[in-house]
Each structure stands twice: as C-alpha cells, then as structure tokens.
Design a protein around this ligand. Structure first.
Ligand code: OOG
Ligand code: MG
Length: 257
C-alpha cells in the first residue's frame, strides 16, 4: 500500500471518529497488512494529538475468549488512549458523539514507572501503583460494527471512552475476581478477571511488549486497560451502567442523548 493511501485512510478514520460518521470497511478496496493498519492508527492518533489531545496510555483488545467469539477476531490487538476519551466515574456520558457505542467490563492498571518489553509477571506487577475496576466504551467507526483484524487495528481498536473506578492497592490477588456488568439494575454480563488471559497481569506483560515494539514503551503515569472480560453490551440513552468487581468496588455511568 502506498504512503499516500495510508495517509488518506488515517484521515478517513480520524474524520469518522471525530464526526461520528460511519465508514465502509477498508478491506474491500485494497489489501491492508497488520503493520500498515498500525501505521494508519498511529497517524490517525497523531491528528488527535495535533489538535491538543494528550496520550494517557494504552488499551488491549481481544484478550478474552468472550470478546474474540463476539467479534470473530482471534488475535490480540492494542490501541492508544488519550485524555479526551476519559469519562468521569458516576458521570453522564452523552452518546451523540459516538456511532454505535458499546460498553464492556475491564480492569485498569496505573503505572508508577516505565515498563519495558520482556518484563516478567513479577516485574510488571512491580511497575503497577494501582488497579481499578473500569468500563470501556468502544465504538467502531465501521458500518454495522463489522470489521476485519486490520480494519479494527486501523480504527484504534474501537477505543472511544474509558471510565476508571476507585483506585485500589495492586498488592492483592486480582487474578480471578468475580464481576457483574448491570444495565438499569439488571445483570447483563457476569464473568471474572480470569477471563482476561487467565490473569489480567498477562495482558499488561503483552502491552509492554507490543508498545515497545511500536517504539512507544509504556511510560510512568500511563493507564493500561487489560481488555474486556466478557462480551460488550450495546449502549442507549437513559441507561445506568454499573460494573461491580469483587473486592475492588464499583464504577458507573449514566447515558444521555
Ligand atoms: C474491538 C476492541 C476490543 C476488548 O476489550 O477486547 C476491545 C471491538 O470489540 O470493537 O476493546
Ligand atoms: Mg475493550
């Protein structure tokens, strides 16, 4: 794929996200490699940074079987987080700026030091200053929320919002914590942090490797979202969405038009 095509697809995906206007999948036009897809992602996020957004971390995707099965994509992916994606715990989230948003239960890590590639589980844990129950709001910029692996990588792994619950001490066993995602008080997804690669810390180790490989190693102060522990649920205005995670507490939002 030519440099010009990569630049133009980055512009297209950035516009789609910025104006909440869905686009057709890329696959149809030209063969796109995974490497080219990550380059499109990098350039599209560069547009956001040029508009004043600040990088806040990284998200992992397809780290659970539930997510892979729901979306039909079977490889781990990652995306870049910026401050504009942050939503307040307990706050109102206006859905008008999304195309077809969904929500999923995740665990967030806060890093107290850089984390290089090749880190062991123990080294990864040592870099974590806090963990929190978190909601991710995903929103594919592709029509009908359908995409190939390359498409979703180019689209920053569908990332569009994140909500971080109360920060907690990471020096506890968080490898298998029960969780319930409820909408308007009705449980919609039930799972465990073990759904994330058997232990969400493995997702952090993978994040360190993939981020360093892209030339952007994990930084002190960054957030890392471990990936959805269950399938995602569609969002609509007027919902109260709450995630309760065993021993870690609760994170919630209210949706509006
Ligand atoms: C892609 C993003 C995957 C996760 O947690 O697995 C993801 C999507 O499902 O649209 O965020
Ligand atoms: Mg996610």
């Amino acid at each position: 794929m030519s440099e010009q095509s990569i630049t133009s697809l980055a512009q297209r995906v950035d516009d789609a996200a910025r104006y909440a206007k869905p686009i057709a999948q890329f696959g149809g036009e030209e063969e796109l490699s995974v490497e080219e897809a990550y380059e499109i992602q990098r350039l599209s996020i560069a547009h956001r940074l040029a508009r004043g957004e600040r990088r806040t971390g990284m998200k992992m995707g397809f780290t659970s079987r539930a997510k892979m099965v729901q979306m039909g994509v079977h490889d781990m992916i990652w995306g870049r987080l910026t401050d504009a994606m942050a939503e307040e715990d307990g706050g109102q989230v206006a859905l008008g700026r999304f195309v077809h948003p969904r929500v999923e239960p995740e665990l967030a890590f806060l890093l107290g030091k850089p984390l290089p590639a090749g880190a062991s589980l123990a080294q990864a844990l040592d870099a974590v200053v806090a963990i929190a129950p978190a909601l991710e709001i995903i929103d594919s910029r592709f029509e009908a929320f359908r995409f190939s692996l390359e498409d979703v990588v180019a689209d920053n792994a569908s990332s569009s919002g994140y909500v971080i619950g109360p920060w907690q001490d990471p020096r506890q066993d968080f490898s298998n914590l029960g969780l319930v995602l409820s909408i308007n008080g009705i449980p919609r997804q039930v799972g465990s942090t073990a759904g994330i690669l058997g232990n969400p810390l493995r997702s952090l180790v993978a994040a360190a490797r993939l981020s360093a490989q892209a030339g952007e190693p994990l930084q002190e102060g960054w957030l890392v979202m471990a990936g959805g522990a269950t399938a995602a649920e569609a969002l609509a205005p007027g919902q109260h969405v709450a995630l309760e995670m065993q021993g870690l507490g609760r994170v919630e939002i209210n949706t509006t038009e």
